[in-house]
Ligand binder design. Structure first.
Ligand code: HPA
Length: 265
């Protein structure tokens, strides 16, 4: 069984943070999922690139249900998820890491639940605090001890994509309290909570958001920033994984559905 998983976002496609890596597939009720497995300090860890190994799956087409279901089935209790984001907040600069503590959901029509009522079960999960604060604290401590400038807390605005935002949308998101903008934290974080898995995210600011940036946005800018930061991200991730595995915690995220009899797989 695997205690932990890293979900890789834009620019993070291979399990470079792990040793003795291999690839495998698992069937889920939502479709088949491919993943990498490997080890760090003898602990077995999964690496799952959410856009596929070659960034062939756009954010609105990711099979979030299959990915999270697969991780639950494989025994994962802790997920750390990477995302590339644009910044709306002048304090959060290109190359900084933000560990978000809140989100604003502007996705459209993405299913956000494993419980769609087909078997008569309806679940209303609590997401007052959508990211695991315990894991987020570890991510922040580890980021501080690398060369990365890190911010603990921030409001992640999740858009539908795959287009970037308009300048007016970004202005509105800022007025609503958004700090960073990306396309993948919903429904991934929500499904992880339903599956009673601790989930925290680290968002690399790859660009200033539309209208904040003095130029047009390109995917190349996002990708180049991720690539340039990769050599700092890998030691950061290794440190965080080692610490999480060392201090596994029976966190309240792992009992999120207690009121509904727990998450059964
Ligand atoms: N907007 C949405 N998603 C993103 C951005 C952005 O500016 N940068 C990286 N992912």
């Amino acid at each position: 069984m695997f205690e932990m998983a890293v979900i890789g976002g834009s620019g993070l496609y291979s399990p470079d943070m792990l040793e003795k890596t291999g690839e495998a597939e698992i069937a889920t009720p939502y479709g088949e999922v491919s993943y990498f497995h490997g080890e760090l300090n003898t602990k077995k860890i999964i690496f799952m690139p959410r856009h596929g190994k070659k960034h062939s799956v756009p954010p609105h087409k990711i099979n979030y249900h299959a990915n999270i279901w697969a991780l639950k089935k494989l025994g994962v209790k802790h997920i750390i998820a990477s995302t590339a984001v644009g910044s709306l907040n002048k304090e959060m600069r290109v190359g900084d890491l933000v560990i978000p503590d809140q989100l604003l959901d502007f996705t459209k029509g993405r299913s956000q639940t494993f419980f769609d009522g087909k078997d008569g079960k309806v679940v209303h999960v609590d997401v007052s605090s959508p990211y695991c604060l315990h894991l987020s604290g570890i991510l922040f401590d580890c980021a501080k001890s690398t060369q990365l400038a890190a911010h603990l807390g921030g409001v992640y605005v999740c858009t539908e994509g795959p287009r970037f935002e308009t300048a007016a949308e970004i202005k509105m998101y800022r007025q609503l309290g958004g700090d960073i903008v990306g396309m993948t934290s919903v429904p991934e974080s929500i499904l992880a909570r339903e599956a009673e898995i601790c989930y925290a995210s680290f968002s690399l600011v790859t660009n200033l958001a539309a209208g904040v940036s003095p130029h047009k946005l390109t995917h190349k800018e996002v990708y180049d920033c991720m690539r340039e930061t990769n050599d700092k991200l890998i030691p950061f991730l290794q440190k965080a994984l080692a610490k999480i595995v060392q201090e596994p915690l029976d966190c309240e995220c792992q009992h999120a559905l207690a009121e509904f009899g727990g998450f059964k797989i």
